[in-house]
Design a protein around this ligand. Structure first.
Ligand SMILES: C[S@@+](CC[C@H](N)C(=O)[O-])C[C@H]1O[C@@H](n2cnc3c(N)ncnc32)[C@H](O)[C@@H]1O
Length: 323
């Protein structure tokens, strides 16, 4: 058995696009600090620590269960590792100002364990309705589903789930909860099925559950704030690799990397450059997003929607023109 195959047995979560992630960080100055914004079960982080013996790892997760697992998994590297509980949008600004950061990874979304542990209330079979990545956060899926107005629910289903009968689904939820509060994933899935009939192999509640999860955890807001932080305080020479799982996430990353690559920031249509150029923060590492190979997609269904994009910040953004 190879070292990578052993990892899969030990961890409840298989890291996606592992080889491409490792490759994206091949050229970093591996004597600095690396931030894993979504440590999870440390699949990516462990491989990075093994590949770069001088690297120091700062691992962030808002899920204490994931951190506890990773603390054990990363015990052999304890001298090089610091784990932090919280959201990356809160923690990243402080770390960037304190550390010499050479690489940043974020593997957005939920882990397999969060989905599989029924008591976390993420799944159609759950007896609870929770979906909080951070159980210390007050606001859960149960609060959202039982208190949001029909308009607010409709907006979540339309904007985050791209669900066409968003209004009908929102109304069905409001009607059901007027009889009795909705307290489990099972009850919510049954309401969804009364509006969206089963077609094919994908459960009709997949998109609505994902939409609610995105709202409960403010997942898109977290990505926007991460990108804002990097834009405001680009870590010189560092590589940032971001793994997204749906178009709402990927579009954000793709557009920002495109903006960051622009030397000229004159408004579109300006007849000649007035800004003087030299504004690019760096360059993307790939021309197109990297997706899973057919072999990986077959072995790990979670990888099927994964896309990796990487960006290298230039050495000294405040000096001169990007070459
Ligand atoms: C897909 S898993 C990461 C898996 C990890 N790369 C591995 O190899 O095991 C995503 C993890 O990120 C965490 N997470 C998601 N959004 C977060 C945020 N805004 N701040 C901190 N952690 C977050 C989740 O709790 C989850 O454990």
């Amino acid at each position: 058995m190879t070292e990578r195959a052993q990892e899969k047995v030990a961890s409840p979560h298989i890291p996606v696009l592992l080889d491409a992630v490792l490759q994206s960080f091949d050229g970093i100055d591996a004597t600095g600090s690396f931030i894993d914004c979504t440590l999870g079960y440390a699949g990516h982080s462990e491989a990075l620590l093994r590949a770069h013996p001088g690297l120091r790892l700062l691992g962030i997760d808002r899920d204490p269960e994931a951190l506890a697992f990773s603390r054990r998994r990363l015990a052999p590297y304890v001298e090089r590792v610091q784990l932090l509980h919280g959201s990356f949008s809160d923690l990243l600004p402080g770390l960037l100002s304190r550390e010499r950061v050479v690489g940043i990874l974020a593997d957005f979304g939920v882990s397999s364990l969060q989905l599989d542990h029924r008591e976390r209330g993420f799944s159609f079979e759950s007896e609870t309705l929770d979906m909080r990545m951070n159980p210390q956060q007050g606001f859960s899926a149960e609060t959202l589903v039982n208190s949001y107005s029909v308009e607010a629910l409709e907006r979540i289903f339309r904007d985050y789930g791209e669900i066409r009968p968003a209004r009908r689904l929102a109304e069905a939820i409001v009607k059901a909860r007027s009889r009795r509060a909705i307290r489990s994933g099972q009850e919510l899935a049954a309401i969804v099925e009364s509006v969206l009939p089963r077609r094919g192999r994908i459960h009709p509640a997949t998109q609505p559950f994902q939409a609610i999860r995105i709202a409960v955890n403010d997942e898109l807001g977290e990505i926007d704030r991460l990108l804002d932080t990097l834009q405001a305080d680009p870590p010189a020479g560092a590589v940032v690799s971001l793994i997204t799982f749906h178009s709402l996430e990927d579009r954000r990353v793709k557009n920002r990397f495109r903006d960051w690559s622009r030397d000229c920031i004159c408004p579109p249509g300006t007849p000649r450059c007035l800004c003087g150029g030299g504004h690019a923060l760096g360059r993307p590492l790939q021309r197109k997003a990297i997706a899973a190979t057919p072999e990986e997609a077959a072995a790990n269904p979670r990888s099927r929607s994964a896309k990796l994009r990487s960006f290298r910040f230039r050495e000294k953004p405040e000096q001169g023109k990007e070459g």
